[in-house]
Design a protein around this ligand. Structure first.
Ligand code: PNW
Length: 448
């Protein structure tokens, strides 16, 4: 590597999106309803009453978006498949028009020299599975998800070689079944919350098995999780050790059991004397070997050593620097510590599967979107990515969230995460300054 903040030749620069946030065409060509379609119809839940019915209309404009990515110079696109587009009821009949759409998208990507990285599930559960069985609360969800993974592998693995089972366990389990701000909007007690999370783990494992069993040739499989990224407050050997311990235990509901085949003791202790019943045999499925670890990362959590083996966690203070969306507190060193700690704990290749921010993004009088705040955010995170690689951590790729402004869940279209601006009334795409920044970084192989 020729200079500071550079990247190796083989480093993968990509962008990421999710089906429900970009596709639109929610009532077209045989797609079934998802629990997020239902959520967007509830009065007063989504900011400004926005729906994802049109979103970025990628369903019809995928060629334009692939052309944008080709111009940008990315070598990978992480996108998710809409389960209800492929299997409208979440089980049984497959929708051939759904298969056709993803075939068109995959073929267009490959033709442009862009490798598809496919997420099986990014929160848009078929409504039918929610209605008939209670969604993730049902142990049967693992069978359905496994079947769905098998059909995906059968349909696409001749061309798609990289798969993520799920995106962010925490968001579709806890936010949906414990905090109740995501669908199905439940506030379940701890032992039922445990069941929901546990079913998600088994479903993940079943999907890994089904993908490998039905794949037409070698594939690579992992997950994309928004782990709590632990940053040692001050870089001392004690704090680094404490951050490792904190990372392992704070991610005790999902990542740690998948990679270690057991819940950490500290996680089970949170249930007091009433650890919910689960079948220990499940861990044979849950801990199916993976090829890589995918980490979505946005914000830090701080750790200091306490006592001989303990740690103390501090969340960013009230006045911590943040981006447009209120929860997005900034500390670029997450892009160093997240991969380094995950590697030291579990020794697998690491990918940053999401990183990015929302901004104010108002076009100026010439129509340009000079998003200096996003350039700042990306530049400093990418420098930390480069530092991490220089320290010998096998951090293999970076997927910027997001290619396009899109439907930001309960925030609707009010939070813009794209490096391409979307005018949602015309669907016109305009490159922001951050697009030029990322393009320059990719083409020069160093942070510009
Ligand atoms: C991720 N938080 O969600 C999702 O994977 C994307 O679909 C989403 O658009 C993106 O990040 C930006 O929000 C998150 O509150 C949602 O810390 C909430 C949080 C983090 C990530």
């Amino acid at each position: 590597m020729e200079s500071i903040f550079s990247f190796p030749q083989e480093f993968i620069f990509g962008t990421a999106t999710a089906a429900f946030q970009v596709e639109g065409a929610t009532h077209q060509d045989g797609r079934g309803d998802s629990i997020w379609d239902t959520q967007t119809r509830l009065p007063g839940v989504i900011k400004n009453g926005d729906t994802a019915d049109f979103a970025c209309d990628q369903y019809h404009r995928y060629e334009e978006d692939v052309a944008l990515m080709k111009d940008l110079g990315v070598s990978a696109y992480r996108f998710s498949l809409s389960w209800p587009r492929l299997q409208p009821e979440g089980r049984g009949a497959v929708n051939p028009q759904g298969i056709d759409y993803y075939n068109r998208l995959i073929d267009a990507l490959l033709k442009a020299g862009i490798t598809p990285w496919v997420t099986l599930f990014h929160w848009d559960l078929p409504q039918s599975l929610q209605d008939s069985e209670g969604g993730w609360l049902s142990p049967h969800i693992a069978d359905h998800f496994g079947d769905y993974a098998g059909l995906v592998a059968h349909a696409f693995s001749d061309r798609v070689k990289n798969f993520f089972t799920v995106n962010e366990f925490y968001c579709f389990t806890d936010k949906g079944y414990v905090q109740g701000d995501f669908p199905p909007r439940l506030k379940l007690p701890p032992h039922q919350a445990f069941a929901v999370r546990h079913h998600a783990l088994v479903a993940h494992g079943r999907a890994v098995q089904a993908l490998r069993a039905s794949a037409r040739g070698p594939i690579r499989v992992g997950f994309a999780e928004n782990s709590q990224i632990m940053v040692p407050v001050i870089e001392t050997p004690e704090n680094v050790e404490a951050a490792k311990l904190a990372f392992r235990e704070s991610n005790g509901a999902f990542i740690t059991p998948i990679l270690e085949g057991a819940y950490p003791e500290r996680y089970l202790q949170t249930f007091g004397n009433e650890v919910p019943a689960f079948n220990p045999e499940d861990f044979k499925i849950i801990a199916e070997p993976l090829d890589f670890i995918g980490l979505n990362m946005y914000t830090p959590v701080y750790v200091q050593a306490e006592g001989k083996t303990g740690y103390k966690i501090t969340h960013p203070t009230a006045h911590h620097p943040r981006m447009h969306v209120d929860w997005l507190k900034v500390d670029p060193s997450i892009a160093y510590w997240g991969p380094r700690i995950a590697w030291e704990l579990w020794e697998k290749d690491i990918y940053i599967t999401e990183n990015g921010c929302s901004g104010t993004d108002v076009p100026d009088e010439t129509g340009a979107i000079v998003d200096t705040d996003r350039v700042f955010y990306l530049r400093h995170h990418l420098r930390e990515v480069s530092r991490c690689i220089s320290d010998g951590i096998p951090l293999k790729g970076y997927f910027l969230w997001s290619l396009l402004d899109n439907f930001e869940w309960n925030h609707g279209y009010s939070e813009r995460f794209g490096i391409v601006y979307v005018d949602f009334s015309t669907q016109k795409r305009s490159k922001k300054l951050s697009y030029s920044f990322y393009k320059g970084t990719i083409s020069r192989g160093r942070v510009v």
